[in-house]
Design a protein around this ligand. Structure first.
Ligand code: SF4
Length: 298
């Protein structure tokens, strides 16, 4: 199948949607201003993240990812979901400071100059797609590894229709609103204030990711949906997770493991029956059902 040329699309959609922020016009006699360049690379194209590496292994995809550092602006639902504290621990874990600092620098860059950030990101994405084409691979991007930015609003999926973009999100309003090549999975929290988002996500058949402490109760049910093991591959989760719970084992050190964040679900909260919602079945009903069974068996 013929590949679409991303450069052609760029001139149509992206430039019209927002200015790139590069000054090229000059008055007569005035020296042209130098094109602004970012001082840092944004994408990790070496699959340095274990989950990314696992996800692309054995597939015809190569995945590039972008890791920022969570804050209230790039994670607008984090306060509602109560996920920020455990997330910050894992975001800051990398290399005891240097990786975390790199993520903070990129986040500061995003807040300071979105136009230049996007211009840099687009260039890196284009180069990565070219590299993948040369290697006979398909390009995939996970741009919200540790953030929740609505990239669809900045035209990125439209700009690169030949690539797959995917992310986890805590914003249910984004579900079903992204282009075909930008696939989202909803990320659960049992925080009370967040339950409207959860209810909205349950109205869709979007995969719902749930973090379990200790182990993933695969094959059991949560919120009436079957739990599958989501730790194998994000790409499998996208494909097989429709209408399911993507069970993820809580990662991280002692502090994270002991966290009481309501972002974390205990395995005993899963149930054996899709109709049973978090152990709220009435024992009387069970007894009645058992009696019926006994009668039927007679
Ligand atoms: S879990 Fe997601 S939304 Fe919450 S703080 Fe981390 S990256 Fe942001």
């Amino acid at each position: 199948m013929a590949q679409k040329n991303p450069l052609q699309r760029q001139s149509k959609s992206c430039n019209l949607q927002r200015p790139l922020g590069v000054t090229t016009q000059k008055k007569r006699g005035e020296k042209p201003k130098l094109e602004r360049k970012a001082k840092m690379a944004l994408l990790n194209t070496a699959a340095g993240n274990t989950k990314i590496l696992k996800s692309q292994k054995g597939t015809d995809f190569r995945i590039a990812s972008l890791s920022l550092y969570p804050d209230d602006k790039i994670c607008p639902a984090a306060i509602l979901a109560g996920c920020k504290a455990p997330c910050l621990v894992s975001a800051g874990r990398g290399a005891m400071g240097t990786v975390a600092q790199g993520r903070k620098n990129k986040t500061a860059f995003w807040h300071r100059d979105k136009d230049l950030f996007l211009e840099t990101l687009e260039k890196e994405m284009r180069n990565f797609i070219k590299l993948c084409n040369k290697q006979g691979k398909r390009a995939a991007f996970r741009l919200n590894t540790i953030s929740d930015i609505p990239w669809e609003r900045y035209g990125l999926p439209d700009l690169f229709p030949e690539a797959l973009l995917y992310d986890y999100t805590k914003s249910a309003a984004r579900l079903g609103k992204t282009p075909e090549n930008y696939r989202l999975m909803f990320s659960y929290s049992q925080e009370t204030k967040y339950q409207k988002q959860v209810a909205r996500a349950l109205e869709t058949d979007c995969p719902i990711a749930v973090v379990f402490r200790g182990f993933v109760p695969e094959g059991s049910y949560f919120m009436g949906r079957e739990i599958i093991d989501g730790d194998k591959s994000d790409l499998i989760n996208l494909e097989k997770g429709q209408g399911k719970i993507i069970g993820l084992k809580l990662k991280g050190g002692k502090a994270t493991q002991q966290s009481q964040s309501r972002f974390i679900v205990e395995p005993w909260q899963a149930t054996n029956c899709p109709a049973q919602m978090q152990n709220d079945c009435n024992p009387h009903d069970l007894a009645t059902a058992g009696r019926g069974f006994a009668v039927a068996a007679e």
